[in-house]
Design a protein around this ligand. Structure first.
Ligand code: SF4
Ligand code: SF4
Length: 166
């Protein structure tokens, strides 16, 4: 990590609308994150530090945001309402904006089901606890089809449509 290369206002570009600066590095988001056991691990807290410190090159090369399985646990657990999952999505968008040739590692999975990996929404558990069911894109075929059509219009996907059965 080279702080000499840092860009002070990078966070505004990436995730300027969030509560990112309230992050106090507690690591709660990492402890509950299923992707934190991956190889390489997704370490949400570290990503938050990289955004705050403005480590542009580091972030552009970091593929770990694409390992997020969209379970939203970090969102529910963060004591400072940083909304880390939103930050992950913002980093992905920012990476793609900065490099239009980038083919995200999980793009085929995202195209197939709207998520990088199957999302366990614990339907039975939520029901037994009286919690409302989560609405995911995979439960909504029309929304998923619409999403696929949108993806197919992006250059990075249409240029590589052989990967998507096109
Ligand atoms: S849980 Fe929230 S406050 Fe704690 S490190 Fe993660 S983002 Fe920061
Ligand atoms: S939403 Fe993504 S980053 Fe957050 S806990 Fe789930 S897998 Fe980890």
């Amino acid at each position: 990590m080279d702080l000499k290369e840092s860009i002070k206002d990078l966070w505004k570009d990436i995730y300027g609308t969030g509560n990112l600066h309230f992050c106090f590095n507690c690591s709660t988001c990492v402890s509950g994150c299923p992707a934190s056991h991956g190889d390489p691990p997704l370490l949400v807290r570290n990503l938050a530090r990289k955004v705050i410190l403005g480590l542009e090159e580091d972030l552009l090369q970091d593929d770990t945001p694409w390992a997020c399985v969209s379970c939203s646990r970090c969102e529910e657990m963060c004591p400072m309402n940083v909304m880390p999952f939103e930050m992950i999505l913002a980093i992905r968008q920012w990476q793609c904006r900065n490099d239009e040739t980038r083919v995200p590692p999980a793009i085929v999975e995202i195209y197939k089901r709207g998520y990088t990996q199957a999302v366990g929404v614990n339907k039975e558990l939520r029901e037994s606890l009286g919690l409302p069911q989560l609405n995911t894109i995979t439960d909504n075929p029309e929304q998923l089809e619409f999403f696929r059509e949108m993806l197919m219009k992006t250059q990075v996907v249409s240029d590589n449509d052989y990967m998507f059965g096109g």
